[in-house]
Design a binder for this molecule. Structure first.
Ligand code: SAH
Length: 388
């Protein structure tokens, strides 16, 4: 149902022309009213530009849904979700992202599959109004046994929306066993990070596993539930998996048992302190993974965040064996790829090591970025090898 019409400035119209789905508050000349929902959008001459999700309280006022005036109903959502899901092919895992919001032209909608279940997120006020149609669309496209809405993501605050977790259809269990390239782990749809697991690192886990030295020593810092550690444990002789959360480590140990893996040492520690200690003790590792939480939550904290990334990367570089590999990444949206690569170069210079760039990494292919919409990219990483 259309709840009104918005008129946008020439600058606003130009954004859509250039393929960016967002129009900000300052480029809306006439607001459609106070109700969020799906609206018609025209330019100042009254020319129809498309239909959008309208968020009356957010700086991002309009998100382009469709350039046509055909109704955006349950059938429309079903077709779009189905098209996004069918772009995903050859994924070697039972949990994967079927819809990556703006990255799939379905702004503010995330749909993740965990086997027969779906965990979705409705991240804008306009979308929230279409909840019934979206849920019907997910059912039509993916035929799940249950749909859980993890609507507890902080970004909903900018939209004036409540944070909650609701079952929208069927039933969804507390834990789901996921299989990923021969490794099994438990995801927690109701309470785990994001929609229950970090699906975006799936391809990077496989990449690091391929570069892990057989019979060597591996270190997985910021391990959470051990998802990298589990993949490293097969080739490596020993994996030290580190997190400051004892609860996260306990889940990691459960995951290891599930796979019959017994060569992971779970260590509760602050990664910064531990790296300093390992360096002082002259310990060496053949494979190191650095997957920290977002250090830069806002633009203002960027310099401090970059200093933090540099510190852990520098120390990790120093404790790599010759020919050892380091997988390092940042999921801070405010740390651009350029800033990240410059930080690595800086750390490499100070480390005195020569580090080869083996691969430039991002989020897995089921979390696509749009080239002309930089906001769709947040995860950047690199695989480095110390060659002297
Ligand atoms: N590598 C994980 C995801 C990491 S999430 C995966 O692929 O699934 C970030 C983790 O870092 C959280 O579990 C958090 O408890 C931990 N953490 C945050 N700050 C830390 C610190 N200073 N030292 C050790 N662990 C930390």
């Amino acid at each position: 149902m259309i709840v009104g019409t918005a008129v946008v400035t020439a600058k606003g119209a130009e954004r859509w022309k250039q393929g960016h789905p967002w129009i900000y508050r300052s480029d809306v000349a006439e607001e459609p009213g106070k109700e969020p929902g799906i609206i018609r959008v025209t330019d100042r001459k009254g020319r129809f530009l498309g239909q959008a999700l309208y968020s009356p309280k957010s700086e991002i006022r309009l998100r382009l849904l469709s350039r046509s005036d055909a109704p955006v109903d349950a059938a429309w959502w079903g077709e779009r979700i189905s098209a996004a899901a069918s772009r995903r092919t050859g994924i070697e895992a039972s949990a994967w992202r079927a819809v990556h919001a703006e990255g799939d032209s379905l702004p503010s909608l995330v749909v993740d599959r965990y086997g027969p279940w779906v965990v979705a997120q409705l991240l804008s006020a306009g979308l929230e109004r279409s909840r019934d149609d979206v849920v019907a669309g997910i059912r039509a496209a993916l035929a799940p046994d249950g749909i859980l809405l993890r609507n507890d993501a902080g970004v909903r605050r900018h939209e004036g929306l409540p944070l909650d977790v609701v079952l929208a259809y069927g039933a969804v269990p507390e834990t789901v066993e996921v299989e990923e390239a021969g490794v099994r782990y438990l995801a927690a749809p109701w309470s785990g990070q994001k929609t229950g697991a970090f699906l975006d690192q799936r391809e990077n886990r496989a990449l690091v596993a391929r570069h892990t030295r057989p019979g060597g020593r591996a270190l997985d810092l910021f391990t959470y539930h051990g998802s990298f550690a589990l993949h490293l444990a097969r080739p490596a002789a020993l994996v030290v998996a580190v997190d400051q959360s004892a609860e996260a480590l306990a889940r990691g140990a459960d995951n290891a048992r599930l796979n019959g893996i017994s060569n992971i040492a779970w260590r509760e520690a602050n990664a910064f302190d531990l790296l300093r200690e390992l360096e002082q003790r002259k310990e060496r590792f053949d494979t190191i993974v650095l997957d920290p939480p977002a250090f830069a939550k806002t633009k203002d904290t960027l310099p401090r965040a970059v200093a933090g990334y540099k510190e852990i990367n520098l120390r990790a570089m120093r404790i790599l064996t010759r020919e050892g590999v380091l997988f390092t990444c940042s999921c801070s949206y405010h740390v651009s790829r350029d800033v990240f690569m410059a930080m690595l170069a800086d750390a490499a210079r100070d480390s005195g090591r020569r580090l080869q760039l083996v691969a430039v990494c991002g989020a897995a292919g089921d979390h696509p970025e749009i080239v002309n919409v930089p906001e769709t990219g947040y995860l950047k990483g690199a695989l480095l090898r110390a060659i002297d």
